[in-house]
Design a protein around this ligand. Structure first.
Ligand SMILES: Cc1cc2nc3c(=O)[nH]c(=O)nc-3n(C[C@H](O)[C@H](O)[C@H](O)COP(=O)(O)O)c2cc1C
Length: 205
């Protein structure tokens, strides 16, 4: 199913945007857009880690990472992923299942341009998820790249995106919203796709 517009107020994507906006406003959280991303590894184990949500649009829930990392390799083998958001300050959880895929190079370039210069340098000198063999070389490489990508008068030069650093889009097939209640009478609402349209239902807490 193609990802429908968030302007449809009956859509769970519209509701996600509303909750995400609420989570961003007056937040004590520095990483209010971080979510737990679970992939399936080569042995069939779920593997979870936090990543940052960059956007939600027609291309899905967008995050960026190294396609050679563990998660990148997991997704290349099995596109099924699960996302979980928890915003303690508003007492809300959102769980999403769907399929992840790499997006086109222009989209990856767009998000790379938003990446702070220092983080781009770190990306260049890190082979994400590969074993660490001592820190000396890494620090030296970091220093070299910092010098390479700054002009003599200190101007920060534009660092091109390494090919393996990609934007991914997750097309959702199931989205569950939970409002946390201290009484544990949480309110749960689940949306799933049936014959190309979103269907909604409630779940017991
Ligand atoms: C709050 C937070 C946000 C993070 N955001 C990202 C991210 O957007 N992309 C990324 O590749 N790693 C991010 N990381 C690091 C990942 O959690 C993880 O350590 C890294 O991507 C390697 O994961 P993997 O070996 O399972 O592929 C973040 C970590 C934290 C704690």
């Amino acid at each position: 199913m193609s990802i429908e517009t968030q302007n449809n107020t009956n859509s769970p994507l519209h509701k996600f945007h509303q909750w995400w906006q609420q989570a961003k406003h007056n937040t004590p959280l520095k990483y209010h857009s971080a979510f737990s991303l679970s992939t399936i590894d080569a042995e069939g184990f779920p593997a979870s880690r936090f990543v940052d949500l960059k956007d939600l649009n027609q291309q899905g829930f967008i995050f960026c990472t190294d396609s050679q990392s563990q998660k990148g390799q997991d997704i290349a083998r099995n596109s099924k992923v699960s996302l979980c958001f928890w915003w303690d300050h508003i007492g809300r959880q959102i769980r999403i299942q769907g399929h992840a895929k790499t997006l086109d190079p222009n989209t990856s370039n767009h998000y790379w341009q938003q990446r702070p210069w220092a983080a781009r340098i770190t990306t260049l000198c890190s082979q994400q998820s590969r074993p660490l063999h001592g820190d000396t070389n890494r620090h030296q490489r970091h220093q070299e790249l910092t010098q390479q990508w700054a002009s003599t008068d200190g101007e920060l030069l534009d660092i091109p995106r390494p090919e393996q650093w990609c934007a991914y889009g997750v097309e959702p097939t199931r989205i569950e919203f939970l409002r946390f209640k201290e009484s544990r009478l949480h309110e749960r609402e689940v949306y799933w796709v049936d014959s190309g349209a979103w269907v909604v239902g409630g779940l017991q807490p």
